[in-house]
Design a protein. Structure first.
Length: 337
């Protein structure tokens, strides 16, 4: 009986020292569970961008006028804050849902057998980006929705999406050294596509910072640039990305590339066409909020598919000799898998 108590105390001390290792010793998730956890984290990183856009488009950016509390006297929104307070505070609460999704991805990756340290690191990278962006979001409120901080807030969200997309892709691959599926010239073309996409997204934040949707009904500083002029630059960059995508598809067909890169490139081209239609319609209809929100969603989907094109250019075969799960872990595998 004494021995059992000592073992229990040791287990408790081990759990305090490293709770992730403690869970990993007692749970072995199915590979599909790890993939789903990574996908949920990716989806939540997109949702938080769209809901953040909803805060701006409803003029609720200062619905909670301070941070980290909602008001000087209340941690949460109050009845006096009205609809805008609910919208802004609700978006803040979604950050905790995002943290939970990222946490699940970290735990699932750490518990997988064999342990793939690269997956866990990608999960932790997401966690620290979320923490940094939460602080930056607070600064956005404290400086009265300064457009440059709003742009940085969105760009950091794009970084989060990129890391989440890479982790999701890596859950479906092995840890072998990557083997290129196409030649160096094609890979260089794809990197040009990635660079143009990054520039497109960055200029899009300038359009937002100079445009009419300031995020609040009060006087909010705007970027001192004619937003219609920068919108035209944004459209030119969009056409460059479309042209590079079409050129990539043509080159991949010419070199008889594998189906994976061809399929991802074709999907990206369709996403770009849909995003272009939304962009032109919103411009000529004077930026209705619903279309602006759809365009923000489209920008995240476009960015994910650009990364999927990049990642499809190489393969990482799953190792044939997988390390079997320890017997202690096998006993605690849920029946549902």
């Amino acid at each position: 009986m004494v021995g059992v108590q000592k073992l229990t105390r040791a287990d408790a001390e081990a759990a305090l020292r490293n709770p992730l290792a403690f869970i990993a010793d007692r749970w072995t998730p199915d590979p599909r569970t790890v993939r789903r956890a990574a996908l949920v984290a990716l989806v939540m990183s997109v949702i938080i961008v769209v809901t953040g856009g909803a805060v701006r488009l409803t003029g609720s950016g200062l619905g909670c006028p301070t941070w980290p509390t909602c008001t000087d006297d209340s941690l949460t929104t109050t009845r006096a804050m009205g609809f805008h307070g609910v919208i802004e505070f609700g978006n803040r609460m979604l950050t905790y849902v995002l943290c939970a999704a990222v946490g699940w991805a970290i735990i699932a990756a750490r518990s997988e057998k064999p342990w793939r340290r690269s997956l866990t690191r990608l999960g932790w990278a997401q966690f620290w980006v979320v923490m940094g962006n939460a602080v930056l979001g607070g600064i956005v409120v404290l400086v009265g929705l300064n457009p440059y901080t709003v742009a940085a807030h969105f760009l950091l969200s794009a970084c989060l999406i990129a890391i989440a997309a890479v982790m999701w892709q890596r859950t479906r691959e092995g840890d072998a050294a990557p083997r290129p599926l196409v030649g160096a010239a094609v890979r260089q073309l794809v990197w040009f596509l990635v660079a143009a996409s990054v520039l497109l997204i960055a200029v899009g934040t300038v359009v937002t910072g100079a445009g009419p949707h300031a995020g609040d009904s009060s006087e909010v500083e705007r970027i001192p640039i004619d937003w219609e002029t920068v919108s035209k630059l944004h459209a030119v960059l969009a056409w460059i990305v479309v042209t590079l995508t079409f050129a990539l598809w043509f080159v991949l067909k010419a070199v008889d590339a594998p189906k994976g890169p061809l399929a991802r490139t074709r999907e990206l081209f369709l996403v770009l066409l849909a995003q272009g239609v939304i962009g032109y319609v919103q411009y000529f209809t004077h930026l209705p909020e619903a279309l602006v929100a759809a365009h923000m969603l489209g920008s995240t989907v476009m960015w994910i598919w650009v990364l999927r094109v990049l990642l499809s250019l190489r393969e990482r075969p799953v190792a044939e000799s997988a390390v079997p799960a320890p017997a202690a872990a096998e006993r605690f595998v849920p029946a549902s898998g």
